[in-house]
Ligand binder design. Structure first.
Ligand code: AHG
Ligand code: MN
Ligand code: MN
Length: 340
């Protein structure tokens, strides 16, 4: 049997051999991974634990929170606030940032997360996940504020997600490729199961919520209509469609076998750039996708180059296999009638 490499060993080697990870970042990733294990336990309990259904509270985005949204948020905060590696945290489920309390040492990193992604799938036993993004606090001379978080995705020190599916898998980048770790439930450890993950540049699979088709901008409609036209259309090949409605699960499929994922701007709310959130959904996923040789844009620019204006900013997302993302982006660039 080949030797098993644990997450701890992988991180130590990254620190030692590649000089990629300072010790605070290593601790941070281990703590997030441990929190994900706790979330996985709650997810797995389902109806046997008090984790299903709504909490009848709203988050800052006006969405009804599920019990598991709140539980996961609390698990991540509790796990991360005392270790000395963080200055502050931000989450989909919190209006403002959570500064590490004074009773604990302040670290140099900032952590953002979507504690539970794919909330609509919790109660129907479909894959869900946790997404996280790590930034450095640039100015260490003063206290931490929301402004410290407003950095382009290209500044991320690390990013990843955990998918709670048939297997529980942690997917990570520290800027040196993408690695996947499967949770061994018997030993409780994360075992390296894929390294140097690469997405094929071409694909025959797209992921989009087709029920919004009548609201899309022309470049998106054109791209999807061409896919649907299949072998006898301009693309000259048949396409398959998948939509799980958990970004984590859709991105995981794309990292595993290629594909393109779109959650575009649509005209129902023209002033809203998209549904997904830039800082704790699009940025970490774009970092992973680029590290795996794929591409991520908002139709016009590289997602990782976007300068966030606010913590809960939304963005249009097109990501995955490079040649497909390039094509959709080119269609946007050709059309003058683009959303604001
Ligand atoms: P969240 O559960 O964190 O609010 O995110 C849900 C997101 C994303 O995971 C998914 O791709 C998308 O919403 C699904 O949207 P539709 O319900 O429109 O399919
Ligand atoms: Mn989400
Ligand atoms: Mn969420």
């Amino acid at each position: 049997m080949s030797k098993r490499v644990s997450l701890t060993q992988y991180l130590v080697e990254q620190q030692r051999e590649h000089g990629k990870i300072p010790s605070q970042l290593r601790l941070l990733i281990e703590v997030v991974a441990r929190a994900c294990k706790r979330i996985a336990i709650s997810v797995n309990k389902g109806a046997l634990g008090d984790v299903m259904g709504s909490a009848s509270t709203e988050n800052v985005q006006g969405e009804i929170q599920k019990k598991l949204d709140i539980i996961s948020n609390e698990v991540l905060i509790e796990a991360n606030e005392w270790g000395g590696h963080l200055a502050a945290m931000a989450s989909e489920e919190m209006d403002t940032i959570h500064v590490v309390p004074h009773r604990y040492p302040q670290g140099e990193f900032l952590l953002l997360f979507d504690p539970l992604d794919g909330s609509s799938n919790i109660d129907v036993n479909v894959s869900i996940g946790t997404i996280f993004s790590v930034l450095r606090k640039v100015d260490n001379q003063r206290g931490v504020s929301e402004e410290d978080f407003l950095q382009a995705g290209s500044q991320q020190a690390a990013a990843g997600y955990c998918v709670y599916g048939p297997q529980t898998t942690l997917v990570l980048t520290v800027g040196d490729g993408v690695a996947m770790f499967t949770l061994d439930r018997e030993t409780g450890s994360w075992v390296l199961t894929a390294e140097h993950v690469q997405i094929p540049a071409d694909t025959k699979e797209f992921a989009i919520n087709m029920s919004n088709m009548r609201h899309w901008a022309p470049p998106v409609t054109r791209y999807i209509e061409e896919c649907l036209a299949g072998r006898t259309g301009v693309r000259g090949k048949d396409f398959n469609m998948r939509w799980i409605a958990s970004m984590v699960a859709d991105v995981h499929r794309i990292l595993s076998r290629g594909g393109v994922f779109l959650y575009p701007w649509d005209q129902r709310e023209p002033d809203k750039p998209g549904k997904l959130r830039l800082m704790y959904e699009a940025n970490p996923m774009a970092f992973l996708i680029e590290q795996a040789g794929g591409m991520a844009t908002n139709g016009h620019s590289r997602i990782l180059d976007l300068q966030p204006g606010k913590l809960h900013e939304r963005v249009s997302v097109i990501l995955g296999s490079k040649n497909e993302v390039e094509r959709v982006t080119a269609y946007h660039q050709e059309v003058a009638a683009k959303p604001a």
